[in-house]
Structure formats: structure tokens, C-alpha cells
Design a protein around this ligand. Structure first.
Ligand SMILES: [Zn+2]
Length: 257
């Protein structure tokens, strides 16, 4: 799926909505309110439908996802392999996951990924740059970046979340807390930071959000269990969020007690 998507993307004139459709000249694109659904691909009528009521960034991802459906349906070998390996609901799930993988490959050029990692290293800053420059959500950027990171890094997007639905809107109000929204680690890293994990007040991530200044320093991963694993933290504030990387000590260095 990745190869299919990357090959398709390589022949496109650009990555904007219009350009993304370039390789499917016989498929029509239609934007309309679709309620709960993000979009759909109708292979019979050769039309991609996108929910016009969701935010543009999401529409763009959905378009790439639906294009992936079209690419997948056009690849008989991949399709028959999938039908041999899975069936029923599981097959549907696998196809949806594959089309999200395809969407990320369509929207994130390998050259951009390489460039960002070379320039900024596996950092919170790299995460922010990738999300901005590929015009994709922070979570899409995060999963792709993690997958391509060789160093033992855990990435996270942190933001202030309401702990109690009854609380007022103000971000500073009690009942709100800075927490992990989404997180993913490089291959081989056994630890994970669960969504909802609170960030302690004095942690560099909290300081970066308060001061709006990027911070890189030796600190720790604030695991939900209370365990503090030493890590090099790169916290990069981005609007109301902080993009974070935790570089874990490699085996032999430091202790993870
Ligand atoms: Zn789908």
C-alpha cells in the first residue's frame, strides 16, 4: 500500500486537493455534508465524496484515504492477497488501516520526511515542522515520524484537556490539565505514553506551553504509573499544544529506575 501510494504521489504535480486527484482522471470529486461520515469512494460510479462539514485538514486526509481505496481496488494482486489472508469484518478493518497508511504516504513525501529529520533530528520541532509543511494533523505527522525514527524516541502531542465536562471553558480554570493527547514511539522502543497521561507542572513540556518558548533539556518521561524515566526532552510549543520528543538513554547509559 505504501509503495502504491508513494508511486502514485511521485507522479502528481503537487499535494493540494486538485493535484492529489491528478492520477485518477476518471474519478469525480464531490464535497457535500455527510453527517458522521468523513468520506466515501464509490467504485461503481467512480466518485469520491468528502464531507464538507469537517475541518479542511481532515478533508484533505480523507481525500488521500479515499484515493487509497481507489488505488487498492485497482491492484488485483494486493486485493487478492488481502482476501486470502482476512475475511469479514477483519478484512474491512485491515483495508481501512491500509488506506490510512496510504493516505499518510500520499501526503508526506519521503524527501520532506528525510529533510525534516536531517535538519532538526528526531525532535518535537521536527514533528511541528512536518505537520506544518505537509499540511497534515499532528497525529498523522507523529505516527509517520515515529515509524521513520532510528533513535529510541517517544513522541507526544500534549495539550490542555478538560478533566471534567462540567468545567468552564477557560484553559486556566481548575479541572483542566496538561496531558498527552497522542503518542507514538520509534520501532524497538518498548515503552509507551498513554493518552491522558498528565504532565507535571514543573516539567519542560509545561514550561514550554507557559512561556511559548522551545525547551531542550535533560528531564524525564512522566509515565502514568508515576515512574520517571530519564530522557532528553525537546518541547516545541505550537499554538495551544506542545510537540514533544523524549530521547531515551541507550542501553548502558543512565538508569531507568
Ligand atoms: Zn475507508
Amino acid at each position: 500500500m505504501k509503495t502504491l501510494a508513494a508511486e502514485y504521489a511521485a507522479a502528481l504535480p503537487g499535494r493540494d486537493t486538485h493535484s492529489l486527484m491528478h492520477g485518477l482522471s476518471d474519478v469525480q470529486l464531490s464535497f457535500l455534508p455527510m453527517g458522521e461520515r468523513d468520506g466515501a469512494y464509490d467504485p461503481e460510479h467512480r466518485v469520491i465524496l468528502i464531507n464538507s462539514r469537517v475541518r479542511p485538514e481532515r478533508q484533505r486526509f480523507t481525500l488521500a484515504h479515499e484515493i487509497s481505496h481507489a488505488l487498492l481496488l485497482g491492484d488485483d494482486d494486493l486485493l487478492s492477497d488481502l482476501h486470502d489472508a482476512f475475511e469479514g469484518e477483519r478484512l474491512e478493518q485491515v483495508i481501512e488501516t491500509l488506506c490510512n497508511v496510504g493516505a499518510a504516504a500520499l501526503l508526506i513525501p519521503q524527501t520532506l520526511l528525510d529533510e525534516v529529520l536531517t535538519r532538526f533530528g528526531p525532535t518535537g520541532r521536527a514533528l511541528a515542522e512536518l505537520s506544518r509543511r505537509a499540511d497534515i494533523s499532528a497525529s498523522t505527522a507523529l505516527y509517520t515520524l515515529a515509524e521513520h525514527t532510528a533513535a529510541p524516541v517517544i513522541y507526544a502531542v500534549c495539550a490542555v484537556a478538560r478533566l471534567d465536562a462540567e468545567d468552564p471553558e477557560a484553559p486556566e480554570a481548575p479541572g483542566k490539565a496538561l496531558t498527552v493527547r497522542v503518542s507514538s514511539a520509534a520501532p524497538g522502543v518498548k515503552y509507551s505514553l498513554r493518552p491522558g497521561t498528565p504532565i507535571p507542572a514543573q516539567h519542560p513540556v509545561a514550561v514550554a506551553l507557559d512561556t511559548r518558548l522551545p525547551i531542550a533539556q535533560d528531564s524525564y518521561v512522566p509515565f502514568r504509573s508515576g515512574r520517571r524515566m530519564p530522557a532528553q526532552v525537546d518541547a516545541f510549543p505550537d499554538r495551544h499544544r506542545v510537540m514533544v520528543s523524549f530521547l531515551l538513554p541507550t542501553r548502558g547509559e543512565g538508569s531507568a529506575s
